[in-house]
Design a protein around this ligand. Structure first.
Ligand SMILES: [Zn+2]
Length: 179
């Protein structure tokens, strides 16, 4: 059976059929199962193409970009915290060295060593305790809140560290003047 020109009429959307041609096609579809199947499949495929939603990558891209930005901020704040810890440890080392130097000059070396070891143990224990308290709190917070918390925490910590160093410094200087 010859299916032309009906196949072309079915498949080509550009072709505008005249009334006679439409009637001819209708009659052919009623008698020809092949063309009927082709017609139905093509109609279904076309409706599927129209109905299938367009995937929009921009929204996904924006979300990913924002989350990576938040991650960068958290990393930056963690770096700042690390710097402050380093600064604090430097301060502890310098003040300890000064205290040790002063103590060695005024009292016996054996007493100083015993006292120093005691102080170091106490200090490291308290530092570990502080880290244990702060760490889970920071991990629980979502990135946005955690960014603000980092700023608050670093500010408070810096002020406290500075106040502590100044206090130690003043005691040391006073001690030197009294002796
Ligand atoms: Zn046919």
């Amino acid at each position: 059976m010859n299916h032309q020109p009906f196949e072309n009429w079915i498949l080509d959307d550009e072709i505008e059929l005249s009334q006679d041609q439409s009637l001819e096609l209708k009659r052919h579809l009623e008698t020809c199962q092949d063309c009927q199947r082709l017609y139905q499949n093509w109609q279904m495929a076309r409706s599927f193409l129209v109905a299938s939603p367009v995937v929009s990558p921009p929204s996904d891209f924006t979300a990913r970009w924002q989350s990576s930005l938040a991650e960068k901020r958290v990393v930056q704040h963690k770096k700042q915290i690390r710097k402050i810890f380093l600064f604090l440890i430097m301060g502890i080392l310098i003040t300890s060295a000064m205290l040790v130097g002063y103590a060695v000059a005024s009292t016996g070396l054996a007493n100083v060593l015993v006292a120093m070891i005691k102080e170091l143990v106490t200090l490291s224990m308290s530092l570990v305790k502080i880290a244990q308290v702060i760490r889970p709190l920071v991990d629980i917070l979502p990135p946005v809140i955690s960014a603000g918390a980092w700023i608050l925490f670093t500010t408070t910590f810096t002020v406290m560290a500075l106040a502590w160093i100044v206090a130690i410094w003043q005691i040391t200087v006073k001690g030197v003047y009294n002796a």
